[in-house]
Write a protein that binds this ligand. Structure first.
Ligand SMILES: *[C@@H]1O[C@H](CO)[C@@H](O)[C@H](O)[C@H]1NC(C)=O
Ligand SMILES: *[C@@H]1O[C@H](CO)[C@@H](O)[C@H](O)[C@H]1NC(C)=O
Ligand SMILES: *[C@@H]1O[C@H](CO)[C@@H](O)[C@H](O)[C@H]1NC(C)=O
Ligand SMILES: *[C@@H]1O[C@H](CO)[C@@H](O)[C@H](O)[C@H]1NC(C)=O
Ligand SMILES: *[C@@H]1O[C@H](CO)[C@@H](O)[C@H](O)[C@H]1NC(C)=O
Ligand SMILES: *[C@@H]1O[C@H](CO)[C@@H](O)[C@H](O)[C@H]1NC(C)=O
Ligand SMILES: *[C@@H]1O[C@H](CO)[C@@H](O)[C@H](O)[C@H]1NC(C)=O
Ligand SMILES: *[C@@H]1O[C@H](CO)[C@@H](O)[C@H](O)[C@H]1NC(C)=O
Length: 296
């Protein structure tokens, strides 16, 4: 129904082409555009060594100020803290038949992490896991904002998420944070057992993705997307908005929203990180050196 964004368009034109993301104007994004957005944002290779998505992976979120307005999250979308104070209202995929070893019964897992905790200029807690849940399946419906995208949902009796959602509340003036959501096919053993069954730990900070993938026996992500939260300049590296597919102003109030969040750290997942980062302060230079080596 909606045209797929042409793969041959340069990203600058793609940005213009996707001016509006409101309900009625959501457009498909090609897997190549996802791949390019991850490179242009620096996520590849800074956070993960590569992304070669088989599927286009989307989330849908409620925009701030109008609780009934849904918007398609595409790579590089800029969100306010309020807009991600709850989980996205739905996840969806296009091009699923391009993923290998998929059946109608296949289950999927999804995570949300902050690659830039506590700041991109000094990411001593990279990666900070905000959410991890398995047992997603196609639920037979299509996305409420993109009719060609098939919805993924967790059926009843899926068990609790391995990591319950904690709302991103990045420190004020800690620059632009890149939040990654990735989709993997779930090895069949986890259809009846949680990730703890293979020894996965609950600790959310310094989550080593490559070690985790090996531990769970996962292939590469079949899709991934990201959004940013701009907390304002932190006077160091990472203060400029990364180049994704879109950085248009259509989201309304998409920056400096974290200004009031600074004192709020006792309730969020980053609180423990702040304390622990005091300990590693002396290792900052070392961390910076090794930062480039952190891989999926
Ligand atoms: C299909 O998936 C592969 C990765 O598994 C990817 O390289 C390729 O670009 C995808 N094709 C399309 C049309 O999205
Ligand atoms: C929200 O939007 C839906 C679909 O457009 C509509 O059916 C519903 O009445 C709206 N709810 C409110 C509270 O405006
Ligand atoms: C739902 O999405 C699938 C896959 O893109 C498509 O084949 C189907 O026509 C869609 N259904 C509706 C009702 O749009
Ligand atoms: C996640 O939340 C559920 C429901 O509140 C709870 O039962 C479960 O223990 C929580 N999981 C963790 C790891 O805290
Ligand atoms: C295909 O998926 C099934 C179920 O998750 C798994 O047991 C099997 O090892 C997979 N095969 C390949 C070749 O990845
Ligand atoms: C999937 O759901 C089953 C129950 O249906 C549960 O036993 C299992 O732990 C869940 N797996 C994950 C990864 O959440
Ligand atoms: C992540 O784990 C792998 C082993 O799977 C290890 O080689 C790598 O050094 C670890 N990365 C970090 C940053 O600790
Ligand atoms: C910012 O840091 C990244 C690695 O984290 C590095 O690749 C890049 O060159 C740095 N940019 C500047 C302007 O220092």
């Amino acid at each position: 129904m909606y045209p797929t964004v042409s793969k041959s368009l340069p990203l600058s034109l793609l940005a213009l082409a996707s001016v509006s993301l409101a309900d009625d104007n959501a457009e498909s994004v090609s897997t190549l555009s996802f791949k390019n957005a991850f490179v242009n944002s620096g996520i590849v290779p800074e956070v993960i060594p590569a992304l070669d998505p088989a599927v286009s992976f989307y989330a849908t979120y409620k925009t701030e100020g109008d609780s009934n307005h849904s918007e398609l999250l595409i790579p590089g979308s800029s969100l306010t803290v309020n807009e991600i104070s709850t989980l996205p209202i739905e996840f969806s995929v296009e091009n699923l038949n391009n993923a290998t070893n998929i059946t109608a019964q296949t289950r999927y897992l999804i995570y949300l992490l902050d690659a830039d905790a506590p700041a991109r200029s000094n990411p001593t807690a990279r990666n900070l896991r905000h959410w991890l849940a398995g047992n997603f399946t196609l639920n037979g419906q299509n996305s409420s904002v993109l009719s060609t995208a098939q919805r993924l949902a967790r059926p009843p009796n899926s068990g609790a998420p391995f990591t319950n959602f904690t709302a991103p509340k990045p420190d004020a003036n800690s620059g632009v944070h890149r939040y990654i959501m990735a989709l993997y096919t779930q090895p069949a053993r986890f259809n009846t057992a949680g990730f703890e069954s293979v020894g996965m730990e609950r600790e959310v900070a310094n989550w080593n993705l490559s070690r985790w993938r090996t531990q769970l026996g996962l292939g590469p992500a079949i899709g991934a997307t990201y959004f940013v939260i701009d907390t304002g300049a932190n006077g160091g590296n990472g203060t400029s908005a990364p180049q994704g597919l879109n950085n248009q102003g259509g989201n309304g109030g998409n920056n400096n929203n974290a200004g009031g969040q600074g004192g709020d750290t006792d309730t969020n997942a980053a609180a423990g990180i702040k304390a622990s980062s005091v300990y590693v302060l002396g290792l900052t230079a070392l961390a910076a050196v090794f930062g480039g080596l952190i891989m999926v």
